[in-house]
Ligand binder design. Structure first.
Ligand SMILES: NC(=O)c1ccc[n+]([C@@H]2O[C@H](COP(=O)([O-])OP(=O)(O)OC[C@H]3O[C@@H](n4cnc5c(N)ncnc54)[C@H](O)[C@@H]3O)[C@@H](O)[C@H]2O)c1
Length: 324
């Protein structure tokens, strides 16, 4: 059964979503507030064009809505779409406040609709491998996780590095740990645009004792897209800049204190890179959304999205509370 999909937002990222949904679903509507985007929409003659979101929602045949508009519009557009009885895929983050996201999650549950945030990295085969390693216990007990997301540019002026870059790593860390942080803390500095932090350092602590750290920046000499997970038995690195060795497992870890001297020792073993499929994460993400629409979701994706928005909100509060 092909799902009838309508998409709002045909900007830089929306183009990629439209390409995928045109191939995987019945793309029946394209909508953008900017009439100039009509030209791009013409690539998909099967889809009706509108610059009015309401007009698209009024189509009773439309089953699902994809929202790829700027972040401040996500909550109200998603709320309207759910209210109109449509399943919703909404780009990250789906809302800027936890209370708004809670409202969306409740609305979706009450109406039996799918609400899926666009946490792209969760569909990366490399991240899926890391999740399997964590869940299978192969790494031992997870001690800590840290993410590096640094580059020189793109310099944003309407959202800081936490909201622009951090949402990706945060979604992965929370997915791996499967716990809500009990303490969060963020420091950042606005070097270029007043009030917009270009460099942000975040710290999260979980009740299990695990901790996580994120270094986010668009003012950095390195282009890094890396996540390191340190377990008691093994350690693993997911590096999205690597072409072949996206995931590297280090058979390295701590050794219990020896009986004679009572000191901690370390152990160094093999280093191994499993094969990671080249499947496009965006393709897998769109496919997953359509599967949820067809088979009905248990709401896991929406609840994970709520945990991410809540953590973002707390990190942002900590960021502005700290004088720089
Ligand atoms: N998952 C990822 O890796 C990833 C990457 C880039 C962007 N994004 C997300 O995608 C979203 C869009 O980002 P972008 O870079 O494409 O932005 P963009 O500014 O290039 O495009 C946004 C488009 O939305 C349109 N729009 C604005 N308000 C609208 C409304 N009310 N109804 C219909 N159309 C409206 C604009 O005219 C514009 O064409 C953002 O939420 C961003 O966070 C995700």
């Amino acid at each position: 059964m092909t799902v009838r999909v309508g998409q709002a937002g045909l900007g830089n990222w929306g183009k990629n979503l439209a390409r995928n949904f045109a191939e995987l679903a019945d793309l029946t509507w394209l909508c953008d507030a900017d009439p100039a985007k009509r030209e791009l929409a013409a690539r998909y003659p099967q889809a009706r064009w509108t610059d009015g979101f309401d007009e698209m929602l009024a189509d009773p045949e439309l089953e699902a809505v994809v929202i790829a508009t700027p972040v401040p519009t996500h909550y109200s557009l998603a709320k309207q779409a759910l209210g109109a009885g449509k399943h919703v895929f909404v780009e990250k983050p789906p809302a800027m406040r936890a209370s708004e996201m809670e409202e969306l999650v409740t609305l979706a549950e009450e109406h039996g609709l799918v609400l899926m945030p666009g946490h792209l990295l969760l569909y990366h085969p490399g991240v899926a491998t890391v999740k399997e390693l964590v869940d299978s216990g192969e790494l031992g007990e997870i001690r800590y996780i840290y993410g590096n997301r640094q580059n020189l540019g793109v310099i944003r002026t309407n959202e800081n590095a936490l909201w622009s870059l951090g949402v990706h790593d945060l979604s992965v860390i929370l997915h791996l740990v499967d716990e809500e942080p009990e303490t969060v803390w963020a420091h950042g500095t606005s070097f270029l645009t007043p009030g917009v932090e270009d460099v942000v350092f975040c710290y999260l602590r979980f009740s299990s004792g695990k901790v996580a750290h994120m270094h986010l920046s668009w003012l950095d000499p390195h282009k890094m897209r890396r996540m390191t997970v340190v377990g008691s038995r093994k350690m693993v690195v997911f590096d999205d800049m690597e072409l072949e060795r996206k995931v590297t497992i280090y058979d390295k870890g701590e050794e219990p204190p020896g009986e004679t001297y009572g000191e901690w020792r370390t152990r160094t073993g093999d280093i191994f890179s499993p094969k990671i499929s080249n499947d496009e994460p965006l393709r897998l993400e769109c496919t997953h959304f359509l599967e949820l629409v067809r088979e009905r979701s248990d709401g896991r994706e929406a609840r994970e999205g709520l945990v991410v928005v809540r953590a973002l909100e707390h990190l942002q509060a900590s960021l502005v509370a700290v004088p720089v």
